[in-house]
Design a protein around this ligand. Structure first.
Ligand code: UT7
Length: 351
């Protein structure tokens, strides 16, 4: 048996790198479907406007009893089953979410208890729509360094409980849906780039855009209290977005992220079999594909059925692509995401 020694291991006299690979993927969306027509009953919007501007046809919303850690648990269980491993094999939990069960502690701690796990590190990542890429990168670094062997990475979001369901919130509310996705990332001995592995991750942020997509309250930055009647009257507890700025930056940064991933691995667009972009708006992803010369059939979209599920989006898409046979072993897969912060990142992997 070869022994893992952090960065490198030795097999039959050949030095191979310790890398990480995705060995299982799972997802969950709550059963309640909310169509664009359903939203049009609640606010001044229409199916035509939403489909034309975003590509979204429906999204899933939780019932009042469901928490973000409940969704995370469903996705985690599915990912572990798909990997064929037990809860006890997990060395570390990373939950990417902007919609935590409570202000603190993090959702990963609540999930850990629900999974019956004790004492392994449980970490929350708050990188919004880029959350999964950040979390997968952290898992990859912990595995490459030898600190962990098996990391469970989950993106889970409940938006529906925190949206402004009125005419004033229509520009944001129609975009978002609830759901969770998860992957199991495990150490592997990668000899060449043809072996299944996470080849590279690239992470970025630009805080000058922080207030172009944010929820101001509750917050310690206020002088009148963490959350006050004045905040609630202003609607500071709801997401606020400069849609144009987010749109323009999403196209620019996801394009840059893909280029960075390809250059770092000395491959081209043609070498990539499948692209997963964050699903915020179909038009954003079409613009990225057009800018980079990516054929439409290589871009895996789920926005029509889930809306924007933020950190859950990429692993949910991977789950669906595995289930419908689009994502096959050996494929070269490129991932790019952009979100609040602003944050953005990319990942290239051999599936
Ligand atoms: O992961 C990051 C999450 N967010 C995003 O990625 C969002 C990025 N931005 C976008 O996707 C687009 O900016 C939106 C879809 C949000 C908006 O599309 P747009 O083509 O930029 O529309 P707009 O903001 O310029 O608004 C056009 C009109 C406005 O009416 P007036 O001022 O022209 O009379 C809006 O009030 O559409 C109106 N509008 C709506 N109408 C019906 C805004 N939201 C709605 C709505 N239903 N839900």
């Amino acid at each position: 048996m070869p022994t893992m020694t952090g960065l490198m291991t030795r097999r039959s006299g050949v030095t191979v790198a310790v890398r990480s690979k995705i060995i299982g993927v799972g997802g969950f969306v709550p059963p309640r479907v909310v169509t664009n027509d359903d939203l049009a009953q609640l606010m001044d919007t229409s199916n035509e406007w939403i489909v034309e501007r975003t590509g979204i046809r429906q999204r899933h919303w939780v019932d009042p009893e469901t928490t973000t850690s409940d969704l995370a648990l469903e996705a985690a269980n599915a990912a572990l089953a798909s990997a064929g491993i037990a809860n006890e094999d997990v060395d570390m939990l990373i939950v990417a979410t902007l919609s935590s069960d409570h202000f603190f502690p993090g959702t990963a701690c609540f999930l850990q208890t629900k999974m019956g796990l004790s004492e392994i590190p449980a970490l929350d990542i708050r990188q919004q729509c880029t959350g999964f890429v950040y979390a997968a990168s952290i898992a990859d670094q912990f595995i490459r360094s030898g600190m962990c062997r098996t990391v469970l990475v989950i993106g889970a979001e409940i938006h529906s409980k925190g949206l402004d369901i009125s005419d004033g919130g229509r520009d944001v509310t129609v975009l978002f849906g609830d759901g969770a996705g998860a992957v199991v990332v495990e150490a592997t001995e990668a000899g060449t780039s043809s072996d299944p592995q996470i080849l590279s991750t690239h992470l970025h942020a630009d805080g000058t855009g922080a207030k172009d997509l944010w929820v101001p309250s509750p917050g310690m930055a206020f002088t009148d209290g963490l959350v006050t009647h004045a905040h609630l009257e202003r609607g500071d507890q709801y997401p606020q977005m400069n849609g144009r700025s987010v749109y323009v930056n999403a196209v620019k940064r996801m394009s840059e992220g893909i280029r960075e991933a390809l250059e770092a691995n000395n491959v081209t667009i043609d070498d990539v079999d499948l692209f997963f972009f964050h699903q915020a708006n179909l038009r954003i992803n079409e613009a990225v594909a057009q800018r980079l010369g990516i054929p439409a059939e290589k871009v895996y979209n789920t926005i029509h059925k889930y809306g924007n599920t933020t950190a859950a989006t990429i692993p949910l898409g991977m789950r669906d692509a595995v289930e419908d046979g689009t994502l096959q072993p050996g494929m070269l897969v490129a991932v790019a995401a952009f979100g609040g912060g602003f944050t953005w990142g990319s990942m290239l992997l051999r599936w």
